[in-house]
Design a protein around this ligand. Sequence first.
Ligand SMILES: Cc1cc2nc3c(=O)[nH]c(=O)nc-3n(C[C@H](O)[C@H](O)[C@H](O)COP(=O)(O)OP(=O)(O)OC[C@H]3O[C@@H](n4cnc5c(N)ncnc54)[C@H](O)[C@@H]3O)c2cc1C
Length: 479
Amino acid sequence: MTERSCEVVVVGGGGAGLAAAITAAELGRKVILLEKADALGGSTALSIGSVTAAGTPDQKAAGVDDSPAEHLADFPAWAGALAHRDNLDLARLLADNAAAALAWLRASGLEFYGPLPEPPHRKPRMHNVLPNSRAFVYHLSRRARRAGVEVVLNSKAQKLLLDDSSVIGVETAQERLLSRSVVLAGGDFSASAAFRSEYAAPEFHGLQAVNVHAEGDCQRMAREVGGVILNGDLAFGDPRYRFRAPARSPWWLGLPPVRPITTLMRFALRRVPAPVIRPFILSFLTTALAPETNLFDKGALLVNGNGDLFRREGESLGFAIARQPERQAYALLDAQAMEAFSRWPNYVSTAPGVAYAYIDDYRRTRPDICALADTVDEVARLRGLIPEKLRASLAGREAKPPYLLLGPIHSYVVLADGGLAVSRKMEVLDRGGKPIGGLYAAGSTGQGGLLLRGHGHHLAWAFVSGRIAGENAASAAAA
Ligand SMILES: Cc1cc2nc3c(=O)[nH]c(=O)nc-3n(C[C@H](O)[C@H](O)[C@H](O)COP(=O)(O)OP(=O)(O)OC[C@H]3O[C@@H](n4cnc5c(N)ncnc54)[C@H](O)[C@@H]3O)c2cc1C
């Protein structure tokens, strides 16, 4: 095994790790970033790409008078009955620094569309990356290279190196990297069998994770040196259900997400009539979108691959879908439900670029998951459901043609919220609340008990905490 040294090692090349590595390198430190996959990105590159922030120039331009204090005041509404479990100290850090993180992303070459509303936020705060979340990796990996960060792919950190009680580096299968500071930014533990059996209900154990690399290596390594996971019992919530990601890849997806293209998209989103521009923007879709629960509360029926209704009163949709044949289901909409989900506030899902996708968006851009017909039997046959069963599912309801089957919808573990306890400097804290020397955490790994409900808070946290971790790891390395 070889041994070498640097000033800061960052473990994980998603949004938080890239932000930390760039920040530390731009402060003059020699930084090595380890990524266990064969490409940078993690969940950040699989995400929808919404970033929630208050006090942004986009809000100002749209006449929205907002502030970090107002943003923070909306956190309890998101957390609901769990508000007492949220880490309001870190929530304040997030609200106070989210607009600066967005500005930093823009300075890295990224472009956003917004602000868009998302109740219970009382002001529109959602900013969506253009054209999709791959743009984060494209621009941040370039900025990292310019700053001199050494990126090592296919390199999995396995163990933290300790001297007394301080961390002095990281060991991978190939090498020992000695450093003054280590930033853990390995994402969440949604794909980890060990963390699932520690924290999740047994129904989770067989479910697929969206990001197979999210194995909680960093949480495990930090625990071995005294770190603590907060809100692990809340980490899994319910499994999320999603449409499958689009299989086809139009040629323009290969275009780099550079300013002339994203600025044009932004301009077009504001000026070009929606029926023309929305299909184009949505054709940049690369991720699996999630239908909102609202869809099933307000008219759509959830049926399984046979056409049977299966939802039990009070049962989580994610678990219910996971129990069905092939762990999949369909949403059945009649004319009235289709009409209801054709405009705000009833959207089918959030979506890259346009923020919210409605029925027409799906019909135009995802024909592979939309089957439309004038009769129940016909729509059933289009997707291989049993017509008699689908008819029986509709019995006693006043359903009007045409009928739309949206799906299949699959059940996944999208993310897990159990992160390490951290200080406002992103130092990893031990059980007694004392910083572990040389060790920092960011993003999902350093979520510190934050609940991050709603869309856009996870990415905002990845970039905010990544920059703070990078700055403090750099200062500690220089001391
Ligand atoms: C489908 C989907 C959609 C989402 N949409 C949104 C959204 O629109 N808005 C929002 O705010 N949030 C969204 N999220 C959540 C958000 O994407 C994540 O919370 C966020 O990207 C986490 O960033 P991160 O840098 O902490 O982790 P990641 O982006 O997952 O990066 C962690 C990286 O660390 C690497 N790694 C792990 N262990 C090791 C190791 N031992 N050694 C080396 N490398 C390692 C991983 O391979 C990975 O590349 C979404 C998540 C998913 C899955």
